[in-house]
Design a protein around this ligand. Structure first.
Ligand code: SF4
Length: 316
């Protein structure tokens, strides 16, 4: 497979010895499995902003909404140094056309969530977000982010991979001239995928697209994007998938023979019980969708977990 999926990554996860103690946090899933299909652009905020290796460890302090970056033992502040570097680095990263970013968990610079923030007395107060991770997310709201800890959970990993591809296609739509037809086409092809995340969001997005002629197109895109990102953040569960699979069987009811329908429902039931991975009913449905040539279903991204090499939807 051609390596065109470009991901930013915290450099220590690739095995670079950039941590405060001269070590790394090499993650074999990231290099050996995911790394076969993607190109990485490593970033180490603490080294790149000039703190060197080895260095005193850092932590976040003060207001969790806008924390300071402090050394743990000598209480030296590096917030401004990091902020200056971040301002330049996000401009460079914008040119890289990153599809997503994998951050190191629990880092005061790279952590995307639940990063400890300490008060003046050195007591832990609330959780915050790493300084670079926060700036990255603010600068690239359409770039999915995750940390390596969470990627070890197959369901979270699938959701991340799915978001990468949906957000990439959405960015491609944004790069074209805004039009109601383009938006309707994007929505139609993602309808079942969005439905698998949230019935409520899918309904709101459908209504929005249907009302399109009444709204200024720019506003329409902004509202659609906000609903899309919200929907993608909601988890897809086996029950939600079963609902979608049964819906697809319903769409095929005129074409399927009683035996074919029975077989499909058995396979869906085995998936529901955890005996088969989702890819099995999806592959079978795909077969019938192509055999009976149903254009609406043939175009649904839900039926094309992509790329297949990532073994998307392939666990029970
Ligand atoms: S967590 Fe981030 S800042 Fe720390 S060593 Fe890894 S890449 Fe560098």
């Amino acid at each position: 497979m051609k390596k065109t999926i470009r991901l930013g990554i915290s450099a220590c996860l690739l095995g670079s010895k950039v941590r405060f103690d001269g070590g790394h946090k090499w993650d074999r899933f990231i290099t050996d499995t995911l790394g076969r299909y993607v190109e990485y652009r490593p970033v180490c905020p603490e080294v790149e902003c000039g703190l060197g290796v080895p260095r005193e460890p850092l932590r976040l302090a003060g207001d969790p909404g806008s924390p300071r970056l402090m050394t743990v033992h000598t209480a030296q502040e590096h917030t401004k140094r990091m902020a200056r570097w971040v301002r330049k680095r996000v401009v460079e990263l914008a040119k890289e056309d990153l599809w997503a970013f994998i951050f190191k968990a629990r880092s005061p610079s790279c952590g995307v969530k639940r990063i400890k923030v300490f008060n003046e007395e050195g007591a832990r107060t609330k959780n915050g977000v790493g300084i670079f991770a926060r700036a990255f997310m603010e600068h690239f709201p359409l770039c999915p982010v995750e940390d390596e800890d969470r990627l070890h959970d197959p369901a979270i990993r699938e959701n991340f991979i799915e978001r990468i591809f949906v957000c990439k296609r959405w960015r491609e739509i944004l790069a074209q001239k805004m039009s109601r037809d383009n938006l309707a086409d994007f929505h139609n092809r993602h309808e079942l995928l969005i439905l698998a995340h949230s019935v409520k969001h899918s309904g709101m997005m459908k209504k929005l697209v249907a009302r399109a002629p009444k709204n200024p197109v720019k506003e329409l895109y902004a509202q659609y994007q906000s609903l899309l990102l919200e929907a993608l953040r909601l988890k897809v569960t086996p029950n939600k998938n079963v609902g979608i699979l049964q819906h697809i069987v319903g769409c095929l009811k005129k074409q399927l023979s009683p035996d074919e329908r029975k077989k499909l429902l058995e396979v869906i039931n085995s998936y529901r019980q955890g005996d088969l991975p989702l890819i099995v009913p999806i592959t079978l449905l795909n077969h019938y969708v192509h055999r009976y040539d149903l254009p609406y279903l043939r175009e649904q991204y839900y039926l094309y977990p992509h790329p297949i090499e990532l073994q998307f939807k392939n666990h029970v």
